[in-house]
Design a protein around this ligand. Structure first.
Ligand SMILES: [Zn+2]
Ligand SMILES: [Zn+2]
Length: 94
């Protein structure tokens, strides 16, 4: 395995940027809760529902990964997503 820390992607909105990984729910959601690992400035992140799922088994199973549907996003989008989802709403208003 080679070092992948410097990998960049081209974001439609932000242009060239660093890669980050989040679950598919966070990408378009808000107030979903924001959970992440401790690795680096833009660690892999997932929503509250995905976290509940992972807590049931204590680890990321194949099933959990399928539901999480991890997406590659740019680090600017990551910051926006983190801001939107950090506070979890119990009942999102319609
Ligand atoms: Zn999720
Ligand atoms: Zn972006």
């Amino acid at each position: 395995m080679s070092e992948a820390d410097d990998e960049t992607i081209h974001c439609d909105r932000h242009g060239p940027a660093k890669m980050a990984f989040v679950c598919q729910h966070l990408v378009g959601g808000s107030g979903l809760g924001f959970w992440c690992t401790d690795n680096g400035p833009y660690p892999d992140a997932w929503c509250g529902d995905c976290d509940d799922l992972m807590m049931q088994t204590g680890e990321w199973t194949e099933e959990a990964e399928k539901i999480a549907g991890i997406r590659v996003i740019c680090h600017h989008c990551y910051v926006n997503i983190r801001r939107r989802n950090r506070v979890r709403r119990e009942k999102p208003s319609p």
